[in-house]
Ligand binder design. Structure first.
Ligand SMILES: Cc1cc2nc3c(=O)[nH]c(=O)nc-3n(C[C@H](O)[C@H](O)[C@H](O)COP(=O)(O)OP(=O)(O)OC[C@H]3O[C@@H](n4cnc5c(N)ncnc54)[C@H](O)[C@@H]3O)c2cc1C
Length: 192
């Protein structure tokens, strides 16, 4: 048995990068599908294992303490990478990280109060309440409420690209082949 479906945006992989993209696209009016290789219980990839994020900030607003500005953040990044860093991408990432906590809080993610004691990272790291699994579950919940369609246990994704244009893709699920496209002209090779 096969199926054909059309979406404005198809996201491959439902970790934090994919979920953020899917949510943002759906909030901007797109119909969105996430194709995830894992079963539902194991969704979220490495994001499930994360504990914290490192945002640039100047205000010290909850859950951060003090300030962690652009120059210090960039110095830290250059130190841990021995300078082997794409500067344009680093600057974009650091500057945009300033908005990450508010965006996540607006999308149901809770943070712990700053940790004290020997592991005193409250100035540089924001810890997710419930860890990465809670983060993943919150973002999947928001995505579902926005109408994002998630397909689990999707394997063998094969993209059909013509020139610089995505035509459609196929994937396997439970020994069946399915086709997804971004427009009604896709999924036509031998399907209809
Ligand atoms: C043990 C551990 C702890 C970490 N702790 C932190 C931390 O505390 N703070 C921090 O900032 N970073 C941490 N990291 C790094 C962080 O996890 C990653 O940078 C982040 O999760 C990457 O997000 P992502 O969405 O790109 O990838 P992922 O979270 O890995 O998501 C990828 C998704 O794609 C799916 N997928 C993979 N292949 C396919 C395929 N072929 N078809 C369909 N779907 C597919 C996966 O199942 C998964 O759901 C940690 C990493 C590890 C391994």
């Amino acid at each position: 048995m096969t199926s054909i479906a059309h979406f404005d945006v198809i996201v491959l992989g439902g970790g934090q990068a994919g979920l953020t993209a899917a949510i943002t696209a759906a909030e901007n009016g797109a119909t969105v599908c996430i194709l995830e290789i894992a079963p539902r219980a194991l969704r979220g990839g490495n994001t499930r294992h994360t504990r914290n994020l490192r945002p640039m900030h100047e205000s010290g607003a909850f859950p951060m303490e003090g300030a962690y500005g652009f120059d210090e953040y960039l110095d830290d990044l250059l130190r841990v990478t021995d300078g082997d860093t794409d500067h344009a991408l680093a600057e974009l990432t650091i500057r945009e990280s300033e908005h990450s906590i508010a965006w996540l809080q607006d999308h149901g993610v809770a943070f712990q109060p700053p940790l004290s004691g020997t592991l005193h990272l409250g100035r540089t790291n924001a810890f997710f309440l419930g860890g990465g699994k809670a983060l993943v579950n919150s973002l999947y919940r928001v995505a579902a409420n926005l109408g994002v369609h998630t397909i689990y246990e999707a394997t063998d994704i094969a993209l059909n690209i013509s020139g610089d244009r995505f035509i459609d893709l196929t994937y396997q699920q439970a020994n069946n082949t399915h086709c997804l496209s971004g427009h009604s002209s896709g999924c036509r090779r031998g399907w209809l």
